[in-house]
Design a protein around this ligand. Structure first.
Ligand code: PEP
Ligand code: MG
Length: 728
């Protein structure tokens, strides 16, 4: 296998050698031609004319079965097997026994290696094992392009264009080049001549790995139970005799130490894809991670591969922490994660930085290579890796259209949002990082309607100090240059768990101990934050908002904390804010039914539509299955919003809306029509929303909503869409 022959000649030689040494009449290699077609690429024993002619679909015939299941088929009587497919062009009816082994690398099936013989024999465990090792080497060589040839099925892996579908987590389109957060180790020497030396190399690397894991455990201390648990699993695997023994066995059959590690890793991955049990999957993924560490130790390849980050990087990773992501910051054009989730911290940051993000992009970390050309379609949740020109051109057109629209928006950025019937709507932006502030000017936002303060807490490994927070808030106020900034106090819990706070195990975190509930039960952090805010205001105006208030009493208690903090500042002789507004988010239906006195007392209200909607419909905002089931423009939901508007009007309570829906033009139009005249959204949404408002008549929209309700429609969306089409 180590010979220098050209692609096809090599494969021919391999099949010849295997048939010869195993004493079988046939040995064939099938490789994928495209996603679901396998092609006979080399054979010893079948008719040579069938090579590159015989094809089968994934799952078809015994070969297709091996490819689909990723596991071997070993039978003395192939024609009796349910999947058997007779292929006259190969002359195979004469063969009775069949052993098919998947050719796979890192859990991805690349093809099938088959031996067949006339007599009805069952291949021994040793033969199966031996063939598995050969299949592994063929997989490595395929990866390295050893079989590159004219034929498409022999084309080098990682050269074909693929479309990987994931879940959209942040919209936008981006074109760039792959930057692997953790570059994959490339095994360049799958076969080795000297098993004794390879075994030694393996043992040395495993020793170092054990040392590393022990050190990590020491450093982890005793506080973080989850982290320790993962490391304990690492230690268990690193000391697993079975794992080491299997790798030694692979080496004794001619694999290099790194190829042996990869073979075991590959098998673990295949198993991982088949287990449904979440706990087991986690453990197998720990083993996967450990194998990567071992590979890095063996090859000396690591983070610093010497590769240069492309000028237009699209970050590819299995997962990434918020801190790491912030380090990359706005240099990234797009992000594609193999795992991740819409509500993960990384997603929160990506959204704050307005970087298109796709999560759940299966196989992206194994498919993509550093420097590969890639298109990220954050609207559809699709990544086009190594796209062909037609796809790239269509994609560029889309980006150009978006850019053109942005230009149009920029021309109206300083215009107030006044509708055709003369209604004024105030458009503010949501923010969470210092880096968001420049958008105030570029988007034309009239202020920051929601400053999510949790990001500063999420991205650190320890609780930020009061002085740090105060300095940051002061900078935010300074950059806002007198425009209103609504600081929302810490909203943690649920999906937003601080790395340095003890995680509580709750059956329903979204309904659990979160936001103001934590703030009031453990007021230390809330007090520290309030003090930081008061000091940041430095005698200027200040606006504070409490998240997730579910009943009047919570607001009162939180407001009392503000009053106490002011008293303290007064005693210390610090300047007090020139004006202070204190309000609450309305995110639970209960608050819409609070006593009138609450509406009289609260300084202002802002509807957190993301949470309000999930509780109103009892549909988890992070659960893809139910998330989109209920339309924001559902008449019942608009009904509760109208009720809130009415109650606020009656008590003269300023009201705004700051959930994601405020940034969707159609939704924003309806919200404005039912009386929500202050909307806060992502900066990039201000242009599109304003542009629609400018050419709309809110009175007419309100009439359509009323009419849809009369006729018993479930959602007003179709009627509004029709109205917009008719008036355009
Ligand atoms: C909301 O719930 O609508 C909201 C703005 O808060 P968050 O998305 O941070 O929960
Ligand atoms: Mg919320």
């Amino acid at each position: 296998m180590a010979s220098e022959a050209a692609g096809q000649a090599r494969l021919d030689m391999i099949t010849h050698l295997i048939a010869d040494s195993m004493g079988t009449e046939v040995c064939s290699v099938y490789l994928f031609r495209d996603e679901d077609t396998l092609e006979l690429c080399a054979t010893e024993g079948l008719k040579p004319e069938a090579v590159h002619k015989t094809r089968m679909r994934l799952g078809e015939g015994l070969v297709g079965r091996v490819a689909r299941t990723g596991s071997a088929v070993n039978t003395p009587n192939a024609p009796a097997e349910p999947n058997f497919r007779y292929m006259p062009e190969t002359g195979e009816e004469r063969y009775s026994s069949f052993l098919g082994i998947p050719i796979q690398r890192l859990g991805q099936v690349l093809g099938v290696l088959v031996v067949q013989s006339r007599d009805a024999r069952t291949y021994s465990a040793d033969e199966v094992y031996g063939l598995e090792v050969v299949a592994m080497v063929i997989a490595e060589m395929t990866e390295l392009g050893a079989f590159v040839g004219e034929e498409k099925a022999l084309a080098r892996l990682h050269q074909q264009s693929v479309m990987i579908k994931g879940t959209a987590a942040q919209e936008g389109a981006a074109e760039g080049h792959v930057w692997l957060h953790e570059p994959r180790v490339v095994v360049t020497n799958p076969v080795a001549e000297d098993p004794t030396r390879e075994t030694e190399r393996l043992h040395t690397a495993v020793e170092r790995l054990r040392g590393d894991v022990d050190r990590m455990l020491e450093m982890a201390g005793t506080t973080d139970k989850d982290h320790r648990q993962v490391l304990e699993t690492y230690r268990m695997f690193a000391n697993s005799k079975g794992w080491i023994r299997r790798m030694e066995g692979d080496i004794s059959r001619g694999l290099s130490a790194e190829a042996a590690v990869e073979k075991e890793q590959s098998e673990a991955r295949t198993r991982m894809m088949r287990v449904a049990d979440a706990y087991l999957r986690e453990r197998l993924s720990d083993l996967d991670d450990l194998s990567n560490r071992l590979l890095r130790l063996l090859t000396g390849q690591g983070q610093a591969t010497g590769a240069e980050m492309p000028g237009d990087p699209i970050l590819i990773a299995r997962n990434i922490g918020p801190g790491e992501l912030l380090e990359y910051g706005r240099t990234l054009r797009g992000i594609v994660l193999e795992d991740g989730s819409v509500g993960s911290h990384a997603a929160v940051i990506a959204r704050a930085l307005a970087i298109p993000l796709i999560v759940h992009a299966e196989r992206i970390t194994t498919e993509a290579l550093n420097g590969d050309h890639i298109l990220v379609d954050g609207d559809r949740g699709a990544a086009h890796l190594r796209p062909d020109e037609t796809v790239a051109t269509a994609f560029r057109d889309k980006i150009a259209m978006q850019a053109q629209a942005q230009k149009r928006y920029s021309s109206i950025r300083h215009e107030p949002a006044v509708t055709r019937d003369g209604q004024r709507v105030t458009l503010m932006m949501n923010a969470g990082l210092m880096a968001d502030l420049p958008s105030l000017d570029s988007s034309g936002a009239e202020g920051v309607g929601l400053f999510r303060t949790e990001l500063q807490f999420l991205v650190r490994n320890q609780m930020p100090r009061r002085s740090e927070l105060s300095a940051l808030y002061a900078r935010v106020l300074e950059s806002a240059g007198g425009k209103r900034v609504v600081f929302r106090t810490l909203d943690i819990g649920s999906d937003k768990v601080l790395p340095y706070m003890k995680a509580t195990d709750e059956p329903n975190p979204a309904l659990g101990w979160r936001a103001i509930r934590v703030g009031l039960d453990k007021p230390g952090v809330l007090r520290m934050q309030l003090q930081a805010l008061l000091r940041a205001a430095a005698g200027g105006p200040l606006t504070i908002m409490f998240p997730f208030v579910a009943q009047f009493e919570e607001y009162r208690a939180a407001k009392a904390e503000v009053d106490k903090a002011i008293e303290r500042e007064k005693i210390l002789g610090h300047p007090l804010p020139s004006s202070l507004e204190v309000g609450a988010m309305l995110e639970t239906p209960s608050l819409a039914f609070a006593p009138q006195k609450f509406f009289d007392e609260v300084g202002f209200l802002s509807i957190g539509g993301n949470d309000l909607k999930q509780f109103f419909f009892a549909a988890d905002r992070e659960n893809e299955r139910v998330r989109r089931r209920y339309d924001t423009l559902n008449v019942s939901f608009l009904g509760i919003l109208e009720q809130i508007v009415r109650r606020c009007e009656e008590s003269d309570t300023p009201l705004s809306f700051c959930g994601e829906d405020a940034g969707r033009p159609l939704e924003a139009l309806c919200l404005a029509a039912i009386g929500l005249r202050t909307l806060s959204m992502r900066p990039a949404s201000i242009g599109p929303v304003k542009s629609l408002l400018l050419r709309s008549d809110l009175g007419q929209v309100a009439d359509i909503i009323a009419e849809a309700r009369e006729t018993g429609e479930q959602s007003v969306r179709p009627a509004i869409l029709k109205y917009l089409r008719d008036t355009d």
